[in-house]
Write a new protein. Sequence first.
Lengths: 64, 138
Amino acid sequence: MDVDMIFKIAAIGIIVSVLNQLLVRSGREEQAMLMTLAGLIVVLSMVVTQISGLFTTIKNVFGL
Amino acid sequence: MTMSEMLIAATGILLCAAMLAVMLRVQKPELALCLSLGAGALVLFLLLQQLTPLLATMRRMLSMADFPSEYFGVVLKAAGVCMLTQLTADTCRDAGENALASKAELVGRVLMLVLSVPLFEKLLSLVVTLINGQVMSE
């Protein structure tokens, strides 16, 4: 659990959107879509780890 | 981490995440959603770390009062269900999926009912015992 994760996600989002615009402007729509998808997958894998940590903590604290 | 540090940390994390999410929402709404979900999970995690000693103290106080601990367990479980349901429903609503959010809330309500029905049954049986005792004594 780290605050850096939030900044990492934001940075990935900014980089992905800039590269997306570049690829769209240069006429490579498919690669732009793949770029978006890759960014989403990377961010999702980070968030899923966080969420699973949260679930484990909630299970332990509340005895679910 | 003391209480004031926790407050400052939560405020900082949430405000930063809100600004970054607003910035991202124009270009990539799905990444903004991921970011707000991650920030929410992080803050809840910090909160739960603060909550653990408090819960231990409450358990100790209740055991001093000879209060059956299973009732407190039910209350705690209900609080956990509420937390998870609220997180899910809010995230769904942020994503613009109001139908999914209300489904999440429905799941939470039903689970709460499942948790509390045994307690209600005990209360009801106590009431029945009391009424029968009164009738017999008359």
